[in-house]
Design a binder for this molecule. Structure first.
Ligand SMILES: Cc1cc2nc3c(=O)[nH]c(=O)nc-3n(C[C@H](O)[C@H](O)[C@H](O)COP(=O)(O)OP(=O)(O)OC[C@H]3O[C@@H](n4cnc5c(N)ncnc54)[C@H](O)[C@@H]3O)c2cc1C
Length: 535
């Protein structure tokens, strides 16, 4: 007999297979010896009361052999001799999952990536963290695996309608992720494990007849009669293809500029901007688990906060328990922070983006205030206006930090009180932080909304609003400030045939899983065209 059983267990019980079997037996009213095994469908933590509980839904096997969890059958072809070739620009989650799906559909993916492979990329990250030098082609956003490689690797998304989350998670497991990501309510992989998984994907794509070319940057589009015929790479050679998937991420500003220069339609897209807040992890644990010290069987606690302040949403973004704040800039002279965590999330700090939504009117007002004389040059219709705003704030932050990616920072309560911090607490951000009145960095309304937001968050999470927390500027690459439009049905650019804008950079994803799903979605459309000989 098989039975799906829901259990509410103490964290120590949930971590112990024998205890789980005992609970299954009690719930099914059978002797323990009758339970032959189980697998987990769902696992979540309920920390609403003083005692935290682990909720498990299990598939239990009673007096019958244990079966494996249902798995999706992936049937990949060898595409060495495939007649159709698709160029994928960008080896982030959107590009890599598009490539894997094309292999299933018998189409040859040719991935071009401006950055380096994961191993070589690591050296550039070390130079950024230790020497304060950024390589514009190889950094936390550019390189194999895209922006997701050196991240926390959180794998949840709300955009379930756009594709199969299960397919994405199972593919991650196939290439080396732990099985628990299939059932945890908030799965994550961790920076130490992601590069191995990405490497395994690359090796598989190549062994199946696909191609991946590093340090190969798209430098122009070759369009004839509104049909994209080929792409120019590294200003040197030309690559022809039956279709081009443009999955270049939210930080490829040169791509947005290139599209505009080529009169290819793009649009400004609202995004969010703010700071990263860092607390001691032990403090977040004690607030969230209502305890002095976290139970060793509970994971480092996380939080998700949102508040309406003065008509604008202030919200937490990409929270990294046990994480590190990272310098995520892609060009010299611009300061951007983001966060990552190792798989165990065992660093001493908890960091999270704290951001405010930015719309075109906010950018117009900001530029007008900054320089009233340039009023006439600011156009609400400029599709790059929000990108320019994002860049302007990043440049102010860099200058305020004093160079070498030292980040301007302020204690949380000091920020609320509008006073420069006399000292700063220890912080995980490796290039270092420097005490700054963040009003000199952030637009006034962002500063104000954030400070009021922090106070309000302190009422939801008692202890959150504290001077033990440090606020580091700026969290500005939350999503793309530009949208590359596409036809809803064909998913091609409305003006340019064979051009498929894809993933976060095009404005159709906001994280690893949604970008991967978007990659699969585009590959599916291309597969349908190939089946009808229309590619
Ligand atoms: C530090 C950090 C932590 C993050 N943590 C998480 C997390 O925990 N969970 C989560 O869901 N999301 C996280 N994100 C966001 C996530 O990484 C992105 O949403 C996701 O990677 C977007 O996927 P993408 O494929 O659309 O674009 P990207 O991952 O940005 O990939 C685009 C790729 O295109 C390449 N490229 C750009 N221009 C060119 C060109 N001209 N020619 C060739 N190649 C080009 C880039 O080098 C890059 O590799 C994090 C991001 C960062 C930076």
């Amino acid at each position: 007999m098989q039975q799906q059983i829901s259990l509410r267990l103490l964290p120590s019980q949930a971590a112990d297979t024998i205890s789980v079997i005992e609970q299954i037996a009690a719930s099914a009213a059978v002797p323990v010896s009758a339970v032959t095994g189980f697998y987990i469908h769902k696992q979540s933590i309920d920390a609403r009361s003083k005692q935290a509980w682990v909720n498990l839904t299990v598939q239990a096997f009673i007096n019958e052999p244990v079966q494996q969890r249902e798995q999706i059958e992936f049937t990949f072809s060898n595409v060495n001799n495939a007649s159709k070739r698709v160029i994928i620009v960008g080896a982030g989650p959107a590009g890599l999952f598009a490539a894997l799906r094309l292999l299933e559909l018998g189409i040859k993916p040719i991935v071009i990536e401006r950055g380096k492979d994961v191993r070589a990329r690591r050296r550039d990250l070390a130079a950024l963290n230790k020497e304060g030098e950024v390589n514009p082609e190889s950094n936390y956003c550019f390189g194999e695996g895209g922006a997701g490689t050196y991240s926390d690797g959180k794998l949840y998304t709300r955009s379930s309608k756009r594709g199969s989350i299960d397919r994405i998670l199972q593919l991650f497991v196939r290439f080396g992720a732990e099985e628990k990501i299939l059932y945890q309510s908030h799965p994550h992989i961790g920076t130490n494990k992601l590069p191995h998984i990405i490497t395994a994907m690359r090796e598989f794509i190549i062994s199946s007849g696909g191609e991946i070319h590093f340090e190969t940057k798209l430098t122009n589009f070759i369009v004839e009669n509104n049909v994209l015929k080929a792409v120019e790479v590294n200003h040197q050679s030309t690559l022809h293809a039956d279709a081009v998937i443009l999955a270049t991420g939210h930080s490829a500003r040169d791509i947005f500029e290139l599209l505009q220069q080529n009169n290819i339609l793009i649009e400004a897209k609202p995004f969010a901007l703010g700071v990263r807040a860092e607390h001691p992890q032990a403090l977040i644990d004690s607030i969230q688990y209502r305890c002095a010290v976290r139970d060793e069987f509970l994971p480092p606690a996380s939080y998700s906060l949102v508040e309406q302040v003065q008509g604008k949403g202030v919200f937490s973004f990409c929270m990294c328990p046990g994480g590190i704040i990272a310098p995520a800039a892609t060009s010299p002279g611009e300061l951007v922070v983001n966060g990552w965590s190792p798989s165990k999330r065992n660093n001493a700090f908890a960091n999270s983006g704290m951001v405010v939504t930015i719309e075109v009117k906010d950018a117009v007002e900001y530029f007008k205030k900054q320089n009233p004389k340039t009023n006439s040059q600011i156009s609400e219709d400029d599709p790059l206006l929000l990108m320019k705003f994002q860049q302007a704030i990043e440049q102010r932050a860099f200058a305020a930090g004093g160079g070498k990616f030292v980040a301007p920072a302020q204690r949380m309560v000091d920020m609320f009180d509008k006073k420069t911090s006399a000292s700063l607490p220890e912080c995980s951000y490796l290039p270092g932080i420097s005490s700054t009145d963040l009003r000199t960095v952030l637009p006034g309304f962002v500063y104000d909304d954030l400070r009021l937001g922090f106070k309000a968050f302190g009422q939801k999470m008692r202890g959150y609003f504290t001077n033990e927390a440090v606020i580091v500027a700026t969290e500005s690459r939350t999503s793309s400030p530009v949208r590359i439009p596409r036809d809803q049905e064909t998913l091609q650019h409305p003006q340019i045939k064979n051009l498929y804008p894809c993933g976060e950079g095009a404005g159709y994803a906001g994280g690893i899983v949604s970008a991967a799903m978007d990659g699969e979605r585009i590959a599916n459309i291309i597969g349908q065209l190939a089946n009808h000989s229309s590619l």
